[in-house]
Each structure stands twice: as structure tokens, then as C-alpha cells.
Design a protein around this ligand. Sequence first.
Ligand SMILES: Nc1ncnc2c1ncn2[C@@H]1O[C@H](COP(=O)(O)OP(=O)(O)OP(=O)(O)O)[C@@H](O)[C@H]1O
Length: 258
Amino acid sequence: MRKNAVVVRELRVVRGGRPVIDGLDLDVPAGSVVGLMGPSGSGKTTLMRALVGVQDRVTGTVEVLGSPAGSPALRRKVGYMTQDASVYTDLTVVQNLRYFAALAGRRDAAEAVATAVDTVDLGGHQKQRVGTLSGGERSRVSLAAALVGGPELLVLDEPTVGLDPVLRRDLWAVFRRLAAEGRTLLVSSHVMDEAVQCDRLVLMRDGALVADTTPDELLADTGAPDAERAFLALIDAAGPTPGAGPAPGAGPTERTAR
Ligand SMILES: Nc1ncnc2c1ncn2[C@@H]1O[C@H](COP(=O)(O)OP(=O)(O)OP(=O)(O)O)[C@@H](O)[C@H]1O
């Protein structure tokens, strides 16, 4: 089995004429759940977009499942859930999922759709038009669309936003199960009680890695009583003022673990 599902070296991304990621290195171990944390605007979505191959103005090496990010070979192997639900509001839940299953080349589409509906707990809404669903339900359709192809790597941008605590807990159980099957998950979140359920944690600030660690190491290294305060301690220690963005030619990223 491959050691790392994702290998990023010297990643640099320019958006709006300025570098929003500058010289980032990252390994995502295969078969693990990696949490991507960081303040708003720190570059999490940009990093995810670079991994799935939809981001312009990317330099450096971004290798996903052994191929360059965005390669046609990866289309069926990578599932991506964007922050805003990216499903068709004028189609029903099942119509959406059939469409995404077909795109992913699933021959067993009916079974894949049924499994995805079940996984995100949308039974009873299959024939409902997505435009009439609640926000939380709609975001779960989006998650199901990322899952329905049976991808090896799932890149999930804040998949639990707007969900109630019960659903959040259930979805994290799903993420753990998918990892146990050998899939790799990169999950962004602002919720630190979710962070502690990850195998590894990647903390970003201003387009750079502040830490690449584990929940236990995060607490041990900072001496903080909980993940939220540990995260704040690292972010505060990282220096630049919020929203400043990385300076062009900024030095190498600091890693607190590994
Ligand atoms: N289309 C764009 N044009 C110019 N700048 C952009 C664009 N998209 C994002 N940015 C900038 O890039 C930086 C990183 O944004 P990104 O969306 O990756 O952050 P994030 O960590 O995902 O934030 P959040 O947690 O709020 O979703 C921000 O400073 C943002 O303003």
C-alpha cells in the first residue's frame, strides 16, 4: 500500500495577485483522517483546490495517489466536497447522486446511490428536489455526491458546517469507517472537538503550515488543557497579524512534529 496519499512540495499559489500559499510542504498518510485547521483566510480551501487540481497559478509539486494533481487518472479516485453545496437544486437527491455516480463511472450506480444516501442519513428525502431541502440536508447531498464514486481520497471542505451535534458525531463515525476501509480523508474544520478525532492535524496560518502533528502531540507540545486552547496558542505564537498574508519569499514553514 502507498505510504502517502498526498505529497506536496514547495507549493506556491497566487490569488488576486498575491501569494496566498508560499512554499508549503505536506504529506498526507494513506488510510488516515487528516484535519486541516486554521483561521479564516489561512489558505485551507486554496490548498484543497490545489490537491484536486482546480486551482490556477499553482507552482511546486502536488502528487495525489501517485499522479500529478488534476490528472485524468484521478477523476474517479478523488472525491471533493466544496464549502458551498455543489449539487443541482432543480434535481432530486437521487437524480443528483445518479449523475455523480455516472460521472465517476460506477456500473453499480443504484447500489452506490443507495449506500451514499444511507451514509449521510438522507433516507426519506430521495425524491425531494434539492432546492427544497434544508441547508444541512443540502450539504449532506453534497457530501453524498463526493462519496458516491467510492473515491480513494476524499477532500472535504467543512463538511459538518450547519449540522446538528448528532449528525456531526454520526458523520465523524462515517469518516473513521472510511479510513478503516483504507481510504484517505482530508477534512477542513473550524471545530476543535472534531480535530481530536483526526489521526493527524495540519494547522495553517497565512498560507503556511504552523504545525503538522497529532491531537495528542498538539496538547503535549503546547501544554494546553484542550485542543481549542492549544490551537490558539500555536496560532498566536505563529507571529504575523491576521489577514496579512505570507510575505513574498517568506522562510521555510515550521513543523512542530515529525
Ligand atoms: N478568487 C480569489 N481572488 C483573490 N483572493 C482570493 C480568492 N480566493 C481566495 N482568496 C484569498 O486567498 C486567501 C486564502 O483563502 P482560502 O479560501 O483558501 O482560506 P480558508 O482558510 O479556506 O478560509 P475559510 O476558513 O474562511 O474558508 C484569503 O486571503 C482569500 O482572501
